[in-house]
Design a binder for this molecule. Structure first.
Ligand code: ADP
Ligand code: MG
Length: 140
């Protein structure tokens, strides 16, 4: 696999029925390309948590993946409310999820810490009122 493979998914706002489709689709692509199980697991978790966050916190957004032999880079970009205090948001158990999201099982406050744990590099660019972009790198 000398070339770089790129995929993009639109993640819809408040669409709990299709949430998780981008990560499931990426997982399938990585399996077909023959990546190791542990790499696939970490990418899938990071993508899933980032995707869910765009659904429940940010009115949806765009998820994309750049796959090369030695690394997978995931970009999750939204035009949501932004994160006022990233340090606080990174804490295990911290969540501002709505009652509706909680009633559906989301809002444990473990998403961002899980993304951090699964990634070799995590960059969070966020501005209140403008949006958030996560850039996640996982080395293969
Ligand atoms: N894309 C995003 N846009 C705005 N706020 C976000 C976004 N992602 C995360 N957050 C904020 O960070 C908090 C922690 O996120 P996370 O650890 O995934 O927990 P949870 O999603 O269960 O609330 C969220 O409750 C929310 O306040
Ligand atoms: Mg979350």
């Amino acid at each position: 696999m000398a070339e770089v493979i790129r995929h993009t998914w639109q993640v819809l706002a408040d669409d709990y029925s299709t949430a998780g489709e981008a990560s499931a689709s990426l997982k399938k692509v990585l399996k077909q390309l023959g990546f190791a199980a542990d790499i696939i697991r970490r990418v899938s978790i990071a993508m899933y948590e980032g995707e869910i966050n765009m659904v429940i916190h940010a009115n949806g957004g765009t998820a994309s993946a750049e796959i090369s032999e030695d690394r997978i880079t995931i970009t999750l970009a939204d035009s949501g409310p932004g994160i006022p205090d990233v340090g606080l948001a990174m804490k295990e158990g911290y969540s501002t999820a709505s009652d509706r999201a909680r009633s559906l099982g989301f809002g444990a406050g473990m998403g961002l810490p899980n993304i951090k744990r699964c990634s070799d590099d995590l960059k969070i660019e966020t501005e209140v009122g403008v949006g958030t972009t996560l850039t996640i790198t996982i080395l293969a």
